[in-house]
Ligand binder design. Structure first.
Ligand SMILES: [Fe+2]
Length: 297
């Protein structure tokens, strides 16, 4: 009975109990005016998730300077229009996106507990993607967002000149870091790296190239967390301590890479696979990060 109650809570209540997390990141050069970055991830939208859609639609009122979308935006062939409508005027703000595996492949029924003993990486068939990922990308690019899937680019946001590099999803090995490799432009006001799954092998390269702040999603914060213990799994190679939230890479206590250490923000995301529709002690979230100057000169 308690189990049934917990499952009902996890699938009905907490899954729709969206929250906006806030954090401050001391990453800008001294004297720079702060900017506000809205990080959304793992929306996994289907056209029936009306509560999620209306919550998303309210985010533009926060007036972010930049929106970062770390993928897994859709979970249904008809979801692109719903996503565009929900994001609304956010798409007219400066934005950057990458794809996650679930933007390409339709969700399939699975044992939701399976992720406790294996990551989902090997579940993807080697056949053609069956979700409209190009239409999804075009919808964001048409409104001016930067497609950072194995691309470098430049974004102006909040008066800052931001050098951006991103990769397609490392979880299904579509990342091609070599296409974006090389030192991040030291002349930019900020150097930003973006990916779906926070795989350490990719984080290492961004950090070594001098990116100041890295954005990722994918983990769903563990999705089911044990109070007092935290996430059971991360669904990738990152450690459980950094399953979500603001951390550094390499983490404190480990040597910097080529003299660099990056900030890392992992979003616990807003949705779930339609076939694993539950979250526990891990509320669905978006995050407003205020980037502020580093201390000292
Ligand atoms: Fe996801």
């Amino acid at each position: 009975m308690a189990g049934a109650g917990a499952l009902a809570y996890a699938s009905v209540v907490e899954r729709n109990w969206f929250t906006l997390r806030q954090a401050e990141v001391p990453v800008l050069a001294p004297g720079t005016t702060p900017i506000r970055v809205l990080h959304i991830s793992d929306v996994h939208l289907t056209p029936r998730r009306t509560r999620l859609m209306s919550w998303l639609a309210g985010l533009d009122r926060l007036e972010p300077d930049l929106v970062v979308n770390t993928g897994d935006s859709i979970a249904h062939p008809e979801a692109v229009r719903a996503l565009v409508d929900s994001l609304g005027p956010l798409l007219d703000r400066p934005g950057i996106f990458v794809y996650g595996s679930n933007d390409l492949y339709r969700p399939t029924p699975k044992n939701p507990a399976r992720y406790l003993w294996e990551t989902s990486a090997r579940r993807y068939p080697r056949n053609e993607p069956d979700l409209p990922w190009q239409k999804l990308g075009d919808a964001m690019v048409d409104r001016g967002w930067l497609d950072a899937n194995n691309h470098r680019g430049r974004v102006k946001a909040g008066g800052l000149d931001i050098a951006v590099a991103g990769v397609h999803d490392p979880h299904i090995k579509r990342d091609r870091y070599d296409r974006v490799a090389g030192p991040a432009d030291p002349a930019a006001d900020l150097r930003l790296g973006i990916m779906h799954a926070p795989e350490p092998r990719v984080l290492d390269r961004f950090a070594a190239d001098g990116y100041d702040i890295l954005f990722a999603g994918h983990t769903h914060g563990g999705q089911l967390r044990v109070p007092g213990y935290g996430a059971l799994v991360t669904n990738c190679e990152i450690d459980r301590d950094r399953v979500s939230g603001l951390h550094q890479h390499p983490p404190a206590g480990q040597p910097a890479l080529d003299g660099h250490r990056a900030w890392l923000h992992v979003s616990a995301g807003l949705g779930t696979s339609p076939w694993a529709p539950a979250r526990f002690a891990c509320r669905p979230e978006a995050t407003m990060l205020t980037l502020v100057p580093r201390a000292g000169a």
